[in-house]
Design a protein around this ligand. Structure first.
Ligand code: HEC
Length: 151
């Protein structure tokens, strides 16, 4: 029993120490609303539901974004996600960058996005076949297919 208590105490100390390790910032920077993506409502609604938590400045931060070790993962995903694609800044991108991102969006909804560790806790963000089609149609300017070369 004593050794079990000691074990618990050691765990508590480790957990407490982990909380002191600095992590990325948790913030939702104020952004000019004019820069936010303005596209057909049905497309933007899907982005808001399934992508905005990592790809906008309007992240709905979960409570575990304040608790190590989960906060390391969550905050890193948001930081990297915003860097790759930020729907809150969409209209500040030039046409070339938008086209490149659209190609990546087309591909990512098929393969990688939203990230699996996110879907595990947010099953409602999973894209159905109709939603994928809708996004891909938008991303390919109505063509429904895209040439896969992403420059
Ligand atoms: C849990 C956070 C998270 C969610 C939710 C998420 N993404 Fe991402 N996304 C990331 C991260 C992190 C990266 C950067 C990956 C990298 O650099 O390797 C990324 C990268 C991307 C990229 C850049 C190209 C690439 O594949 O690296 C695109 C496009 C993208 N995401 C689209 C989407 C779309 C569309 C959705 C919603 C359907 C979505 N993401 C949802 C975290 C997320």
């Amino acid at each position: 029993m004593r050794s079990f208590l000691r074990y618990l105490a050691a765990l508590a100390v480790i957990f407490g120490a982990m909380q002191l390790i600095p992590s990325y910032e948790k913030s939702n920077p104020a952004t000019d609303p004019a820069l936010e993506i303005q596209e057909p409502k049905e497309v933007v609604e899907i982005f808001k539901r399934s992508c905005y938590d990592c790809h906008s400045n309007k992240t709905r931060w979960p409570w575990y974004a304040d608790v190590a070790p989960m906060k390391w993962v969550v905050r890193r995903d948001v930081k990297e996600g915003r860097k790759a694609l930020n729907f809150s800044l969409w209209n500040s991108y030039d046409e070339q960058k938008k086209q490149k991102l659209k190609k990546e969006i087309f591909r990512s909804v098929e393969l990688a996005m939203p990230l699996p560790q996110y879907l595990w806790l947010h099953p409602e963000a999973k894209l159905g076949p109709k939603e994928k089609k809708l996004i891909q149609k938008w991303a390919s300017d109505g063509k429904g297919y895209i040439d896969y070369e992403v420059r």
